[in-house]
Design a protein around this ligand. Structure first.
Ligand code: ADP
Ligand code: MG
Length: 235
């Protein structure tokens, strides 16, 4: 599916929330590296996709009613065999059904397991007055507890991107600390600029979250994505 297909399909369905597979498809167009992800609608399909992509795999619940997939037991990482993929599929469905009985379940997304890296967040929201604002910060619980994030209005200059990445308090963690390898700040700047250009092309994006983006000494990859479109204003 192309980007236009993803957006058109959501609009035709009257949806503003894109699922993880659609969100990643859309964001891939920005040039930000995204982990390969496909939707499986049965256990057998999940195994086929995982084997075609190459193990290890990650499986996740795909439901418009589940925002934090790990909170409902909806994420299984490091699956090394077909048997593990099958077991993960069952466990994800049963624990989502037990935690959110009313959840409508579209399927299970199957993705490549990315190498471990430093987890950062790259996100955007649309302010009714100022337009898109890009947010950057460390990923995971750290960002929630410390609220250590930086923000800039779109469009960003190269200097904005450079400064916004370096102004968070946790910068030393990204520069390499004890067992933590350094994070490729150049790739992060490029991702921020790509996101800025992408948002300019898509004014109808209301919220966008890449959480986490895994950062490596060289390069990075987004492993989770969520996009919400604006409601269409009545013509
Ligand atoms: P949630 O909806 O809970 O935010 P995520 O998709 O972010 O779910 O997955 C939770 C965690 O699992 C991530 O923070 C990351 O550490 C890990 N993870 C998710 N997808 C992958 C992947 N494709 N490769 C490696 N790790 C992953
Ligand atoms: Mg996430």
């Amino acid at each position: 599916m192309t980007t236009t297909d993803v957006l058109q399909k959501a609009r035709l369905d009257g949806r503003t929330l894109l699922n993880e597979v659609e969100s990643k498809e859309l964001i891939r167009e920005s040039g930000i590296p995204v982990v390969e992800t496909r939707l499986a609608r049965s256990k057998a399909e999940a195994v086929r996709i995982a084997q075609a992509m190459g193990l290890p795999a990650v499986l996740k619940i795909d439901s418009p009613d589940v925002v934090h997939k790990s909170d409902v037991g909806g994420v299984k990482v490091g699956l090394e065999s077909a048997a593990q993929v099958r077991a993960a599929y069952d466990s994800i469905l049963s624990s989502t059904r037990a935690t959110v009985p009313s959840a409508s379940i579209l399927g299970v997304s199957v993705q490549k397991m990315a190498e471990p890296g430093i987890e950062v967040i790259l996100g955007a929201t649309k302010d009714p007055q100022f337009g898109h604002v890009i947010m950057f910060g460390l990923g995971g619980v750290l960002v929630e507890i410390l609220r250590d994030v930086s923000m800039r209005l779109v469009p960003l200059t190269a200097r904005d991107a450079r400064v916004m990445i370096r102004e968070i308090k946790s910068l030393p963690l990204l520069q390499g600390y004890r067992q933590y390898p350094a994070c490729d700040l150049g790739s992060l700047e490029e991702a921020v600029l790509n996101l800025s250009q992408f948002l300019e092309k898509h004014p109808d994006i209301k919220e966008l979250d890449l959480n986490p983006v895994l950062c490596y000494p060289k390069g990075l990859v987004a492993v989770d994505a969520r996009v919400v479109l604006e409601e269409l204003s009545p013509a």
